[in-house]
Design a protein around this ligand. Sequence first.
Ligand code: BG6
Length: 258
Amino acid sequence: KFMGQILDVHQREKQLMALLGIDHVLIVAGDSDDQPRVLKDIGRLVNETLRVLLPDGRNIIAVMGGTTMARVAKELTPKLSNERELVFVPARGGIGETVDIQANTVSADMAQRTHGTHRMLYVPEHVSKETYESLLQEPSVQAVLQMITHCNAVLHSIGDAVAMAKRRGMTTEEVNMIKSEDAVGEAFGYFFNDAGEVVYKIPRIGLQIRDLDSIPYILAIAGGRSKARAIQAYMKNAPHQTWLITDEGAANQILKGL
Ligand code: BG6
């Protein structure tokens, strides 16, 4: 029975790769909407995937924030640093998250748990355009932006569009705009419709979607049936080298046609 289940999971991983048009899909058992344990398993699988995948030597890993990423960070281990130097950087400037799930926080936690290092990106959310622009000229900010440009790995999650718009404290006007544009998914501060088209973008510095094409190791980490539609929308135009690390809750929902 157990072998049968494993074969079945591999089948579904292959079906999802074909359906989503990406090279790699890994599915863990369960649904993280119902069982918090599933996110822990996703985190362990991320650790194992990075251990196998990342090349020896120096790796610059750009990470996003969110509750999934914050939870995944807790499962990373010092094993990842065998034969490697890991440098974690936040992928984009602050996009309105509370401190415990900000990219800066996740990046610092990942560095600590893997015995790597990290750099902070000091660009606050709510400053005037003038302050923002002069901050971008700061050498310490420039240095981190340079590192983001040279990253070889990206770790990010995918969120439900409306839930993310509200969590990021966007105005009622902006939330309504996103709804009227039929946004269903969000990643990196970009909002997507079912066809995978970008319908809105939070203007922030750092990694942009077009930069992903040239990055060899990209892990998109998102689970739970409530994220199925968002995942499918984002994957419409995601780089083919993306690894989707998800759970049965999301996978089964996508495979049965949402
Ligand atoms: C982040 C992504 O990693 O996770 C966001 O950059 C995404 O774009 C978010 O929406 C999802 O957050 P959560 O809390 O659902 O994991």
